[in-house]
Ligand binder design. Structure first.
Ligand code: PLP
Length: 375
């Protein structure tokens, strides 16, 4: 049995997205910037996709910028604002590297989190007066901890009225009210492959009146804000996935939460010395994150994979190498406990049988590793 429980890393492509992409690839292959009727047709497909997404998010059309994914959207927001305005860039210590690394590269400020991985609001208040952009994610990709972005927005508006508030909502599309997020923030990053769309396509929401300097210049696409020939199939596939997700959202969240809650109840019952991460925080409905004492996550993932369980220890990493999670470190989780971390991330499609399989196989895997260590 294959249990795909790594949906925070990426999701299975939805049939609606595949259909839209195949149709775009076979029929709308003209360059949308061209002058002929086939180009106009491809352009129409992009603009229809933009309209669908803008409707779902409660935005004007000009507020939706198509990018190559969450990483580009994050970089464009941070670097684009800094290039235009200078000042101090700031983000929380648990941001995805796509935010954290640009902020660190620009010698920005990093806001700490508490033991549950929630951003410390007093540290947002204490940012320097010349802060130009504050970036706090909607929910963390490892722990699922939902951040108090309404409160962060309130502080930013009151204390730094000139600053831009950016939210990386990449993990939120299937689980949070994104219309609300777009109301609170000036800029929002989204990624198609986290909600059943293809990889390599995303969105940067930039609310009306927010100006930034583009980082990628050339052909003037996306109203001079993001140059490069549009990924027409990707954009069409992402829009189709967004619509399909929205149609299933309420039922999907309730279903997923019920299965996730079973995991966080049953796993600690079966396995001693299990810690549920961010236990006191509101968390996304699809993430169960544990730290097991006396366990090495690399070995655990290996044993789980042999049982057909695809999971993750920290955020997925291009090199495939296991590095200690900067998120758990920022939360003050001791290294020996962080080394025994496991993230199980579900989707609307996760089944009861998959959860039962995990609850059956996980204790033996943990015990095997603990036993080997003792021997
Ligand atoms: N931000 C968060 C919170 C993520 O989880 C990810 C992907 O894991 C990204 C950004 C990067 O998105 P993409 O894979 O589309 O570049």
């Amino acid at each position: 049995m294959i249990c795909y429980l790594d949906n925070a890393a990426t999701t299975k492509t939805r049939p609606e997205a595949i259909e839209a992409m195949v149709s775009a690839m076979t029929q709308e292959y003209a360059n949308p910037t061209g002058a002929h009727s086939m180009a106009r047709s491809a352009r129409r497909l992009i603009e229809d996709s933009r309209e669908n997404i803008a409707d779902l998010l409660g935005l004007d059309l000009g507020e939706v910028i198509f990018t190559s994914g969450g990483t580009e959207s994050d970089n464009l927001a941070i670097k684009g604002i800094h290039k235009l305005r200078g000042g101090v860039v700031a983000c929380s210590s648990i941001e995805h590297d796509a935010v954290l690394h640009p902020v660190q590269q620009l010698d920005g400020k990093v806001i700490e989190v508490d033991a549950d991985g929630i951003v410390k609001l007093d540290q947002v208040e204490a940012l320097p007066d010349d802060t130009s952009i504050v970036s706090v994610m909607a929910a963390n990709n490892e722990t699922g901890a939902i951040q108090p972005i309404a409160k962060v927005a309130e502080i930013v508006r009151a204390k730094f009225p000139e600053a831009v508030f950016h939210v990386d909502a990449v993990q939120g599309f299937c689980w949070l009210d994104l219309m609300e997020v777009c109301k609170l923030a000036d800029m929002v990053s989204l990624s198609g492959h986290k909600f059943g769309g293809p990889k390599g396509v995303g969105i940067l929401v930039s609310r009306s009146g927010i100006k930034f300097r583009p980082t990628q210049i050339g052909g003037g696409q996306e109203r001079e804000r993001r140059a490069g020939t549009h990924n027409v199939p990707g954009i069409a596939g992402m829009a189709a996935a967004a619509q399909a997700t929205a149609a299933k959202k309420d039922v999907g969240i309730a279903h997923t939460k019920e299965l996730r809650d079973q995991l966080i109840t049953r796993v600690p019952q079966e396995i001693s010395d299990t810690h549920i991460t961010s236990v006191n925080a509101d968390r996304l409905a699809n993430i169960a994150h544990f730290c097991f004492e006396g366990v090495d996550s690399e070995a655990l993932l290996f044993l789980l994979e042999r049982e057909g369980i695809m999971a993750s220890a920290a955020s997925s990493c291009a090199s495939g190498a296991m590095e200690s999670s900067h998120v758990l470190t920022a939360m003050g989780v001791p290294a020996n406990l962080a080394n025994g971390s496991l993230r199980l991330s579900l989707s609307y499609e996760t089944t009861q049988a998959e959860i039962d399989h995990v609850v059956e196989k996980l204790p033996a895997a943990v015990n095997q590793i603990r036993g080997a260590k003792e021997a």
